[in-house]
Design a protein around this ligand. Structure first.
Ligand SMILES: [Zn+2]
Length: 167
């Protein structure tokens, strides 16, 4: 495994008491550019806790345990309607090549295990691929590959606003 292209995916979970019963809430997975220091992981956990609070009031009073662990290493990480990686590419073609290879691996895994490819959120449609041009991605050292027509308008609007800035 080429570790320079693989990034740790963490899963955070909280065990808490609700109406006298012990429940476990597993938070969605998050990928980071490198393994987290203990303190940083705790900070992340605290911010996740805060978002749990918004949904399930007063969990913090009743929680019994917080856990976090690296569940796997990935080249690209899936979010709703887009994938991102902390790899930087020379051009769009190399980014697309890398993503294509990643997808092929995922599709093969799905076929072997007999699961659907639904988890890929229709990322297979190359006609929809766009690299996100925003400054946040650049600042975070991320390459984000959008694969939903929903984003086309957003990107167009962003490019218009950038053009405005440079005038
Ligand atoms: Zn972006």
């Amino acid at each position: 495994m080429d570790k320079s292209k693989m990034f740790p995916v963490y899963q955070f979970s909280i065990t808490f008491k609700h109406k006298g019963k012990i429940k476990k809430a597993v938070y969605e997975e998050r990928m980071y550019p490198e393994e987290l220091m203990e303190e940083d992981a705790k900070d992340e956990m605290a911010s996740i806790m805060y978002s749990f609070e918004a949904k399930y009031l007063r969990i913090s009073k009743n929680f019994t345990q917080m856990e976090f662990d690296v569940v796997r290493w990935e080249e690209w990480h899936s979010e709703y309607s887009f994938h991102f990686t902390f790899q930087l590419f020379e051009d769009e073609k190399s980014a697309f090549d890398s993503f294509r290879a990643y997808l092929k691996e995922k599709v093969d895994e799905c076929r072997k295990s007999g699961t659907s490819t639904e988890c890929l959120k229709e990322a297979e449609d190359e006609a929809l691929w766009r690299l996100c041009p925003c400054d946040e991605c650049k600042e975070e050292g991320k390459t984000t590959l959008l694969h939903s027509s929903l984003y086309f308008e957003a990107i167009a609007a962003y490019q218009v606003s950038k053009a405005g800035e440079n005038e």
